[in-house]
Design a protein around this ligand. Structure first.
Ligand code: BGC
Length: 944
């Protein structure tokens, strides 16, 4: 047995799983447990930092060999710190446990103790490891710099942890709702002081010669300022993660929770039954959806409005961003937070307080009509992007609404379909992204889906709402139903956990009053729902600082620029044979732009068509419709940026009614054929648009097949036969079959690229922007390679595999794999490190790799980390995405990318015991540019 395994065994010895029901909620006992946890936490962190620093010092003195790896060498010492967590076992054995951060799933005192020991050790290691090489490999100034940086990390991390723990123990009454101890005056001052000391320590000891060297500074390499900020951020996050793991997750209410709950007690005492019921349903429909205000008590109610690609058209014009799937293709959570911030800002400036976004249903099959709204097929990517978006929106004090909970991946039957799913697939595949929205994004609201799951409508599904969302995940906000047919009952919905019926009170209006009068519903149950609704209003300060309508904050130049930046980052270069792209303006004199025809949306004449090249293809016309004041079509974009290149636009013909007959008009008129044949290059804009896919009932709903509609294959093939430099620009939600793929040298996926999309496409085609998007979903060769898509029957089964995991499992080769995307430069990967070699079930693994730009232009690479499972006792995916990092590299530049993999992320759901298990097996780690291109391989083991 390894030492760590031994340790875990000791910790678990005598473990008495105490079910939550029998745990004491006595405040004094709970406080004793909480104090024990905090004290153990800071002691473990202290010990870990101290032993890591002492090891460095011993190397410097020559007492240890220069090549000593301090993480490994001090592991035994650090394990001794386990003595610090013993008091948790006694203090917490019978009380409610603080369930926060990485320790939220610890359900016994022993598990909590193990978690505090392992996480806090891991945080110290992770923070120290940003410095790359150990001290032994260094000499002279590099060694001095490292010593000082290690010291600085320790000072800041421990100083901040101490300050936060102090505030958490006694949150001052002055804390504003929605803010945390990190915002509290005394804590802030203390943290600023230690940060300042740490900063000076590094600046004093680290000259540019050292900080810019990737060999020394690892992922923090850069100017002294960048290096210092990066190192301090690592220490900051270590302290943040530590305190988050020690205390209960307070969600969007921050640390002012107790004061807010007291205020709610007061409000509930003053509200009449009618007032309470009025909080629980929408009042205006159609039009902007509101819930009731109660001015006499200062209760503002909500104004809810759609959002996934901008503030929905019900509230007028707004910046129209690329759709969710295009933003999923950026693999850039930091950028997605900016998008959330911009949408939240515009929503607030229009008076909205809930933005009905993000759409986060997994793309189980690309024919699903709302694929465009989602971030893709992978739960990890989806969860990270959604949480990032939510943080942005809510930073503006507008609630996000994570929707549609859950398993809503078919449009045509969405109102009636019953999705059957086994518990393991539910927990591992269909829910973890929602869990991230709650745990990492702290979403204020969740919208239940229309469909049924395992026989019960989502709005009356106690397992989804009560057990998982509000129970296991500790969600503090409210659940609102989807609109139209989203609520089907009064009592079952109430009992399951639906808090607000939208958009009006069919079941939560007079019928709810009747149920109360008939004593079918208890006052206390009603209060529990109203409490959640009031909590959201108070914690987002909608009562004390409501939104102010301000049209100057809508469609700002900054938001327009952001829409362009996002479109740039999301465009995926799928194929680029013979370096066809970028189009070289000095050698290309004539460029023909061919647009496939789509029905003109506004005329009402079904025979009128518009060229896709001259159409701003923003997405479907369903609830996510956003109307911008201006938009840029691909043709506009190309004309504006062509410089000396002559652009000629050709609208191709729709040949649907007439295929195969020699007398049919050709897809491209003969006069245009000559122009195309003589051009230096041709761009064909084709793909999907509003008549092909979108929200069910309102627009087309699910796609009829993966083939491109309106004979576009014939159009592309005809153009390619005329000109060998044919570049296909695809729009839409993504995967289409490409029978012409071998006949064209270049293909670009532009999605629904938002109001600035035409410009972004032109920038990429001309090489003014180097494409860097990566596929957030697989493009299969054939539809038969994917699981069945059934949008006809009222009952379907969702199994464990879909997307790239399904293709891997069935040995199918995709046309373009998940994660794929080319660039105008090339990248290479080297030097994989995986530490520690063995991790406890609550620990973290740090993986690093060097990525080098081996080409001639600057570009962004998205390094991806996948985990495989060797010897698992259950069926698992061949490769599971568990990390990704976007990195910008100048030509010839190398950067170290670092992934943090919490061991909990590789757990599986054991349905026999209804809990997660990190199996004691070997986990293969592979890193590279796509799910099918993973040049680096390593592994780690876990103790059970
Ligand atoms: C859609 C939701 C949308 C709601 C309000 C529903 O039909 O499914 O996504 O937020 O309408 O417009």
């Amino acid at each position: 047995m390894s030492r760590l395994a031994g340790l875990t065994a000791i910790l678990l010895l005598g473990a008495v799983p105490v079910v939550a029901k029998s745990r004491s909620t006595n405040p004094a006992a709970v406080q004793r447990c909480q104090d024990a946890v905090a004290e153990a936490g800071i002691n473990v962190a202290h010990e870990a930092f101290a032993s890591l620093a002492a090891c460095d010092a011993r190397i410097t003195r020559g007492a240890l060999p220069a090549n000593t790896n301090c993480i490994v060498a001090t592991a035994t010492d650090r394990r001794h710190s386990v003595r610090f967590v013993k008091p948790i076992r006694h203090a917490c054995r019978r009380t409610t446990l603080p369930r926060g951060g990485d320790c939220a799933d610890a359900t016994t005192a022993d598990a909590l103790a193990a978690c505090i020991a392992q996480t806090h050790d891991a945080y110290a290691v992770l923070a120290t490891q940003v410095l790359g090489r150990g001290v032994g490999a260094l000499t002279g100034r590099a060694r001095v710099c490292r010593d000082h940086a290690v010291h600085a990390i320790r000072v800041l991390a421990l100083g901040k942890l101490g300050a936060l723990e102090k505030c958490k123990r006694h949150p001052p009454a002055s804390l504003t709702p929605g803010t945390t101890c990190a915002d509290e005056r005394h804590a802030r001052r203390r943290i600023a002081t230690v940060r300042d000391i740490a900063m000076r320590t590094i600046i004093h000891a680290c000259p540019p010669s050292e900080t810019t060297s990737a060999a020394f500074a690892g992922s923090c390499a850069g100017s002294p300022d960048q290096f210092t900020a990066c190192v301090l951020d690592a220490a900051d996050s270590a302290a943040g993660a530590a305190v988050a793991a020690e205390y209960p997750d307070t969600g969007f209410c921050g640390d002012a929770g107790t004061a807010v709950e007291k205020k709610i007690d007061g409000l509930l005492a003053q509200m009449k039954t009618d007032d309470k019921i009025a909080q629980m349903h929408g009042v205006t429909y159609p039009g902007p959806s509101t819930t009731a205000a109660l001015p006499s008590l200062g209760i503002p109610g909500f104004l809810m409005n759609d959002g996934p690609r901008g503030v929905g058209a019900t509230l007028g014009r707004a910046t129209t961003f690329p759709v969710g799937i295009a933003r999923g293709a950026t693999w850039d959570p930091a950028l997605e937070t900016l998008v959330g911030d911009a949408m939240g800002g515009e929503a607030r400036a229009k008076g909205a307080t809930v933005l009905l976004a993000p759409t986060m249903n997994i793309v189980r099959h690309p024919r699903g009509g709302r694929t465009q709204e989602s971030y893709g097929e992978d739960t990890y990517l989806l969860g990270k992007m959604a949480a990032a978006f939510i943080r942005g929106v809510q930073g503006r004090r507008v609630l996000a609404s994570a929707k549609h909970f859950a398993l809503n991946s078919i449009e045509d039957t969405r109102f009636q379909v019953n999705v059957s799913v086994d518990e393991r697939s539910l927990r591992e595949v269909y829910l973890p992204h929602f869990r991230r929205a709650v745990r990492e994004g702290h979403t204020g609201s969740v919208m239940s889906a229309y469909n049924k799951v395992n026989g019960q409508y989502c709005a009356e599904n106690p397992h989804l709402l009560h057990d998982v969302l509000k129970g296991d995940w500790g969600f503090q906000g409210f659940v609102e139903s989807d609109w139209l047919l989203g609520t089907r009952s009064t009592l079952p919905s109430l009992a399951a956990g639906l808090d607000i019926e939208m958009p009006q009170g069919d079941f939560y209006g007079p019928k709810l009053l009747d149920a109360l009068n008939a004593h079918q519903v208890q006052d206390a149950d009603l209060d529990e729902h109203v409490r959640r609704i009031l909590r959201a209003q108070l914690c987002f300060r909608l009562d004390s600082d409501p939104p102010v309508v301000d049209p100057t904050q809508v469609e700002t130049p900054a938001n327009t620029q952001l829409a362009l930046n996002v479109a740039h980052e999301g465009i995926v270069l799928l194929k680029n044979a013979n370096a066809t792209l970028p189009v070289d303006r000095t050698r290309t004199h004539t460029l023909v732009v061919v647009g496939a025809p789509i029905p003109t949306p506004t005329t009402g004449d079904p025979t009128a068509t518009t060229s896709m090249a001259a159409f701003a293809n923003l997405g479907d016309f369903g609830s996510s419709t956003v109307v911008p004041t201006t938009s840029v079509t691909p043709l506009d974009g190309l004309l504006a940026t062509a410089g000396p290149v002559t652009i000629t636009h050709v609208a191709s013909r729709h040949v649907a009614a007439c295929t195969g007959d020699p007398s049919c008009p050709p897809p491209v008129p003969p006069a245009d054929a000559t122009t195309i044949a003589n051009a230096d290059a041709v761009v064909v804009v084709a793909g999907l648009a509003y008549p092909d896919e979108g929200e069910g009932l309102i627009t087309h709903g699910d796609r009829d097949s993966l083939a491109m509609p309106r004979d576009q294959d014939a159009i592309v093939a005809a153009v390619a036969a005329l000109n060998s430099r044919t570049i296909v620009v695809l729009e839409g939600s993504g995967p289409v079959l490409m029978p012409w793929i071998d006949a064209v040298p270049a293909v670009v996926e532009a999605w629904y690229p938002g109001e600035q999309g035409g410009r972004a496409i032109a920038d990429v085609l001309f090489g003014d922007v180097n494409p860097s998007g990566r596929l957030p979903l697989s493009f299969p060769e054939a539809e038969s390679d994917l699981p069945t898509f059934d949008n006809e029957h009222a009952a379907v089964v969702y199994e464990y595999f879909h997307g790239y995991r399904y293709l891997d499992e069935h040995g199918a080769t995709p046309l373009f794999p998940f994660g794929h995307g080319l660039s105008y430069t090339t990248f290479s990967y080297a030097n994989l490190t995986v530490t520690p070699a063995t991790v406890g079930p609550w620990g973290h693994v740090r993986v690093s790799a060097d990525v080098t730009n081996t080409g001639r232009v600057a570009g962004d690479e998205v390094a991806q980390l996948y985990v495989g499972y060797e010897g698992s006792r259950v069926t698992r995916a061949m490769d599971d995405l568990k990390g990704f990092v976007r990195v910008h590299l100048a030509p010839g530049e190398t950067k170290t990318v670092v992934f943090d993999v919490p061991a909990r992320d590789v757990a599986f759901w054991d349905s026999n015991v209804s809990d997660w298990e990190v199996e004691p097996i070997t986990y293969r780690v592979r890193v590279g540019p796509s799910s099918r291109g993973l040049p680096l391989e390593g592994s780690f083991a876990a103790t059970g």
